[in-house]
Design a protein around this ligand. Structure first.
Ligand code: F0G
Length: 459
């Protein structure tokens, strides 16, 4: 990147640090005891006992000084607060949508959307539903169908847009089931459940065309829309000269509506949005929103949260921020690959996914290789990651998942390059000692969503 005549080789964090939060250092022995108390489930470990927390990139962002200033501007009026109109203006400018409903987080937007549009016997296609999205579709009585392209399921494929929807399969689904059974089609950008991989504008246009042909509303799950736009700028032919705000606008222009968890690319700790083109639909959704979220101009949030979100949506489309963001995730992936660690390639926008099946082939899926890596990483270096494999998706009537993955999700603007170096070193060291990793068995599990509370023992 060029800054005047000086060619910069290292992409630096485009911020300096004004407030710090100490990390409590722990020893290997302490962590061993902590793991036993938590019964080898990292969701049971207290945050104070974690050195580097890569459990999620959701709600974990560091806010800027401007966002903290916006917090002080927050107007806590029940109806029609100034904060709402500041958020409204920013979101309208960025997305072009005029029907804008704030919610407390993404899954609230999902519940309201699917309550409004779905019912028993209907089908919702998506590239990959995130787990709360799937759960909310199913709660409405409808069925959630994933139609991502095949390259997404191949960890070694370096397809530039592995999040794309398979448009032929979308068309085949509509022709087979009938358009009246499909109340909406969704595409998730970036595709979190499929490795944080982007979706191209070309693919979104093709989905739009099919939706137009069959008169099906097209919605985005747009939690990571800015990261997706940056990948489009980098990877899609003809896009390198476009600005990020232009690409973001073109993306939203293709849709009839969107759900957004602002805990990701909104750069806030809490907040969400539900966007519509259609006024009647928005009216129905607003009536539903009042039941659980509050009055439609605050949607379950404090006024100050709305202001922090409005400012977050200004900062997220800054290209220097996005260059640093995407580069820092890729950097972690490259260091791990250089150390021989098998990951899902290429790294996604918000996370690196370790291919745990290949990381410890001596542990069968029945003994949860992903969980073994998660436990090993915490024991070795105090890093908290999350298993996305047979613990999360297996059990009960569920089929075994396609892959055994471990997600290292990077919070936004929180960790520096040396933290990332530490993570890469720890993962590579663990890989070098992978033969010492032990499989696990579940000794207690709840009837649903077992990964949050299951208890394990080492085999
Ligand atoms: N859609 C996607 C693609 C998500 O990644 C998430 C959350 C949601 C919807 C729901 O949003 O949490 O605000 O209710 N993903 C988090 C994660 C939890 O760790 O990936 P929410």
């Amino acid at each position: 990147m060029l800054f005047g005549a000086f060619e910069v080789k290292t992409i630096i964090e485009p911020f300096r640090i004004k407030t710090v939060e100490p990390i409590r250092m722990t020893t290997h022995r302490e962590r061993e005891a902590i793991l036993r108390v938590a019964r080898f489930n990292l969701f049971g470990v207290h945050a104070v006992d974690v050195l580097i927390d890569l459990l999620t990139d959701s709600g974990t962002s560091a806010m800027s000084s401007e966002q903290w200033a916006a917090i002080m501007r927050g107007d806590e009026s029940y109806a029609g607060a100034r904060s709402f109109f500041r958020l409204y203006d920013r979101v309208c400018e960025m997305t072009g949508f005029k029907e804008i409903l704030p919610t407390h987080q993404g899954r609230a937007s999902e519940r309201i959307l699917f309550d409004t549009l779905c019912s028993e016997g209907l089908i919702v296609p998506n590239n990959c539903h995130f787990d709360t999205t799937r759960a909310n579709v199913e709660q409405s009585g409808a069925q959630a169908v994933d139609l991502v392209i095949d390259a997404c399921k191949d960890p070694a494929s370096r397809h530039p847009f592995k999040g794309n929807m398979d448009v032929d399969r979308l068309r085949a689904l509509i022709e087979k089931e009938g358009r009246e059974r499909i109340p909406l089609c969704m595409v998730t950008i970036t595709n979190n459940s499929g490795g944080g991989q982007p979706v191209s504008l070309e693919n979104l246009r093709s989905v739009r065309e099919v939706c137009d042909e069959f008169e099906i509303p097209f919605f985005l799950d747009a939690c990571r829309f800015a990261e997706n736009a940056y990948f489009i700028k980098q990877r899609e032919p003809g896009m390198s000269d476009r600005s990020i705000p232009e690409i973001v606008r073109e993306t939203f222009d293709l849709a009839d509506g969107a759900t957004i968890s602002a805990k990701k690319d909104g750069l806030v700790n809490i907040g969400g949005l539900l966007l519509f083109r259609d006024r009647d639909l928005a009216l129905q959704a607003r009536n539903n929103l009042i039941l659980t979220e509050g009055f439609p101009t605050y949607g379950g949030l404090a006024g100050r949260d709305l202001d922090a979100m409005a400012q977050g949506f200004v900062e997220i489309v800054d290209e220097h921020y996005l260059a640093y963001r995407i580069r820092s995730v890729a950097y972690l992936g490259e260091k791990m690959v250089a150390g021989g660690v098998p990951i899902m390639e290429p790294p996604g926008g918000h996370a690196v996914y370790i291919d745990a099946g290949r990381f410890c082939p001596h542990i069968p899926p029945t003994q949860f290789p992903g969980q073994a890596v998660v436990v090993g990483l915490y024991r070795h270096a105090g890093i908290r990651a999350v298993e996305i494999g047979s613990v999360m998706f297996g059990g009960g009537e569920h089929d075994a998942p396609d892959m055994e993955l471990v997600r290292l999700a990077i919070p936004r603007r929180v960790y520096t390059q040396s933290h990332i170096d530490y993570v890469a070193e720890a993962v590579v060291e663990l890989y070098e000692n992978r033969d010492s990793l032990k499989g696990l068995r579940i000794v207690e599990e709840p009837p649903a969503l077992r990964h949050f509370t299951a208890a394990f023992e080492e085999c």
